[in-house]
Write a protein that binds this ligand. Structure first.
Ligand code: FE2
Length: 270
């Protein structure tokens, strides 16, 4: 079972890279299921539009996850109620539209549970993420309720992400971090069989400041009064994600392989 999980797709260059390359990657790597974080897909890098989500589904994405920017586009609150393939963080403060987890069917007819969590440290206020994780594992068990379970932990700090990795070790197929837009090199299968990477990085332009125009961003840090509102960087996007080979017998990971393709990062695509 090959599951591809893609990091935050950022702005027009990120969306275009997914539309152009994802169909080919799916064929070449024999991918059965694709999860992508889409909360920065809108043209200005903030939020996700209905059109963005349609483009992703057409390109082969099965489920879109999100995070702190999920509500930045006004239309999202409405279309998320009908579009079950778009998740918002499970531990969002309630009441809130949409769902934070669900079970989906892959093209090879496997049940894949996807859980979207958001960190508590240096993030928008949300419910306790560890309590949300405990509740989820009490309700959704690997091999009983789902053939495979994938967790997208959208968070700022590495310790919180690693702790969630340990929490789910042996209970989920994969735990990946998103949000920082920088891929970490700690890809591995944990002791009890869960694939893990602290952050997937973004599908976006890396010659930037986390996707936004670098020069302008620097001006803001320097408090230069000519700085404009943040706007996305131009250029070729790098696709960044994790390919997880799931074991049909256990639901755990046999192998985890980082994928980095195109743009300015050093390629990792065998
Ligand atoms: Fe984010």
């Amino acid at each position: 079972m090959n599951i591809l999980i893609l990091g935050d797709i950022f702005g027009i260059p990120g969306v275009e890279a997914i539309k152009k390359n994802l169909p080919k990657i799916i064929i070449e790597k024999k991918i059965d299921f694709v999860i992508a974080n889409g909360e920065n897909a809108a043209d200005n890098g903030l939020g996700i539009t209905k059109k963005n989500s349609e483009d992703f589904f057409n390109a082969g994405v099965n489920v879109i996850t999100s995070g702190n920017h999920i509500w930045d586009q006004k239309e999202t609150q409405e279309f998320i109620e009908k579009e079950k393939r778009l998740l918002r963080p499970e531990n969002s403060l309630k009441p809130v539209p949409g769902k934070g987890s669900n079970i989906f069917i892959s093209k090879n007819k496997k049940k894949i549970a996807v859980l979207n969590l958001m960190g508590n440290v240096f993030m928008k206020k949300s419910d306790d993420v560890f309590l949300a994780a405990k509740k989820f594992v009490s309700e959704v068990k690997l091999k009983k309720d789902a053939d495979f379970i994938v967790v997208d932990f959208h968070g700022e700090i590495t310790s919180e992400k690693m702790a969630i990795g340990y929490f789910f070790d042996g209970k989920a197929t994969a735990v990946v971090g998103t949000h920082t837009h920088v891929p970490t090199s700690d890809t591995r299968v944990l002791n009890k069989g869960t694939a893990y990477q602290t952050d997937l990085g973004m599908c976006g332009v890396y010659n930037s400041v986390i996707g936004m125009n670098g020069e302008n961003s620097l001006k803001k840090f320097l408090k230069d009064t000519s700085a404009q509102r943040h706007f996305p960087a131009d250029g070729e996007a790098t696709i960044s994600g994790l390919l997880v080979q799931g074991d049909h017998e256990t639901g755990l990971a046999k192998k985890a392989e980082q994928i980095i393709l195109g743009g300015s990062l050093q390629e990792r695509f065998k």
